[in-house]
Design a binder for this molecule. Structure first.
Ligand SMILES: *Cc1c(COP(=O)(O)O)cnc(C)c1O
Length: 239
């Protein structure tokens, strides 16, 4: 086993244990492997170990990796051909939306209508709809990207109406908390917004994805209801 394969297994074990501790079905939490700053070779090791969903922060870097991995996959026998899923989890500038719309499967970092509109217009008709999460600035950090909690329901309704996009849920990156209880409390705020919007019944399709939890706090996020943890360091090493 490679180091990456071993690390990946340890992360899957952590997710499993956290689900059991929280009384949740381990199949209800997916792992997004955050490969930002790591090369296509490292992603390849993770694919060979069974990982299919990858998160990238920098769009140009991500597109280069997507193309490298497509080439690698095409040269493989059938077994490794299962489609990879690429998620953008970094800030989106308006001049990068076309690249995103043409290459990624998910964009988790949408925090304003203008960006969603551009992604909707620029998503090529030949591709499946782009899967969207709204990034919530749950702890109100002044310099942080993300929608303010009070504005999430309105934006969700507008984004859900755009063609070529499917609103899947919410994503949050809270500041590091001092302990497990504090981390749980922060993640619980995002979960409450998510539940409120779904319960209001204002979306044609309920959201099904709550993307929260990273290397340091995935147990707390799972405790609070995360359905997708985004893990980089624990899989690929320090950046
Ligand atoms: C880098 C990053 C991660 C992964 O963080 P680790 O601490 O390395 O697991 C998750 N989510 C986002 C949005 C990131 O930018």
């Amino acid at each position: 086993m490679t180091t990456i394969a071993r690390s990946l297994q340890l992360v899957l074990d952590r997710i499993h244990a956290a689900c059991i501790a929280a009384g949740r079905d381990p199949a209800s939490v997916r792992l997004l492997a955050v490969s930002k700053t790591f090369g296509a070779d490292d992603v390849t090791q993770a694919v060979l170990a069974g990982q299919r969903a990858f998160g990238e922060n920098y769009i140009v870097e991500g597109v280069a990796k997507i193309e490298a991995l497509n080439g690698w996959q095409q040269a493989q026998p059938g077994g490794q051909r299962e489609a990879l899923q690429w998620h953008c989890i970094g800030p989106v500038q308006g001049n990068k939306t076309r690249l995103l719309a043409e290459h990624f499967d998910w964009v988790q970092s949408v925090d304003r209508l203008k960006i969603a509109q551009r992604l909707s217009e620029q998503r090529p008709p030949a591709l499946p709809s782009l899967q969207i999460c709204l990034q919530v600035n749950v702890d109100g950090g002044a310099n942080k990207s993300g929608v303010a909690p009070a504005d999430v329901p309105g934006l969700a309704q507008e984004v859900a109406r755009l063609p070529r996009l499917v609103l899947r849920g919410l994503m949050a990156i809270p500041e590091p908390a001092i302990d497990f209880a504090a981390a749980c409390a922060l993640h619980a705020r995002t979960k409450a917004i998510f539940d409120q919007i779904n319960a209001a019944g204002v979306l044609a399709l309920p959201m099904d994805t709550l993307s929260m939890g990273m290397t340091a706090d995935l147990e707390a996020a799972i405790h609070a209801g995360s359905t997708m943890v985004r893990v980089g360091t624990a899989i690929f090493g320090g950046r």
